[in-house]
Write a protein that binds this ligand. Structure first.
Ligand SMILES: CC(C)(COP(=O)(O)OP(=O)(O)OC[C@H]1O[C@@H](n2cnc3c(N)ncnc32)[C@H](O)[C@@H]1OP(=O)(O)O)[C@@H](O)C(=O)NCCC(=O)NCCS
Length: 145
C-alpha cells in the first residue's frame, strides 16, 4: 500500500537511506552525512511530497519528489527500497504512482543519479534517458507527453 508520509517518518527515512544508499556511497567514496541527509529529506517535505510503500504496516520503501515550472517538471529527489525488498517491483510501482499522479500536469520527470549506481539500469528500464553528464552523475529524464 502506498500512502503519503508526514514528517513523523523523517527518522525512518534517514534509516532507509542508511540501509539502501550508504553502502553505494561508501563504495563510490561520496555521499552525504547523517545530518545532511536529514536536512535534505526535510527540505523535500517542505517543498515537495514524500510517499511510502508499506507491507504489513512496515515502511519498506519511499519516494520523495518536488515540482518545478508551475508543476510542469517533477524531480525525483530520492527513491529507496529496503535491501530485502528490492527487485520485487516496488521501485517501479512508486515511479508509476508518481507518473499517474502528475501525468496531467507534468511533462517531464527527471532525476540525478551517480553514474556508477546500478539504479541507472532501473531508470533505463523504466524509460528514462540520460540527457546530461555532470561530473560523477547523470541527469536522466522521462517525457510523459
Ligand atoms: C533503485 C531501486 C529504487 C529500484 O527499486 P526496486 O524495487 O529494486 O526495482 P524494481 O524491482 O521495481 O525493478 C524494475 C526493473 O528495473 C531493473 N532493475 C532494478 N534494479 C536493478 C539493478 N540494480 N540493476 C539492473 N537492473 C535493475 C530490472 O529490470 C527490474 O525488473 P526485473 O526485476 O523484472 O528484472 C532500489 O534498488 C534501491 O532502493 N536501490 C538503492 C537506493 C538507490 O540507489 N536509489 C536510487 C538513488 S538515485
Amino acid at each position: 500500500m502506498i500512502k503519503k508520509l508526514s514528517r513523523k517518518y523523517l527518522g525512518e527515512i534517514v534509516v532507509l537511506h542508511q540501509e539502501a544508499i550508504y553502502p553505494i556511497w561508501d563504495k563510490l567514496n561520496c555521499g552525504l552525512s547523517n545530518k545532511e541527509v536529514k536536512d535534505f529529506v526535510l527540505d523535500v517535505f517542505l517543498n515537495g511530497d514524500v510517499y511510502g510503500f508499506f507491507i504489513n504496516n512496515n515502511l519498506v520503501a519511499t519516494i520523495g519528489f518536488e515540482l518545478f515550472n508551475h508543476g510542469n517538471k517533477c524531480e525525483i529527489s530520492f527513491i529507496l527500497v529496503k535491501k530485502e525488498f528490492q527487485r520485487k517491483g516496488i521501485g517501479k510501482q512508486l515511479i508509476d504512482y508518481v507518473k499517474e499522479k502528475f501525468h496531467k500536469k507534468s511533462n517531464i520527470i527527471f532525476l540525478e543519479v551517480l553514474k556508477e549506481n546500478p539504479a541507472v539500469n532501473f531508470y533505463k528500464k523504466l524509460g528514462f534517458n540520460i540527457i546530461q553528464e555532470k561530473n560523477n552523475k547523470y541527469l536522466m529524464e522521462k517525457r510523459l507527453k
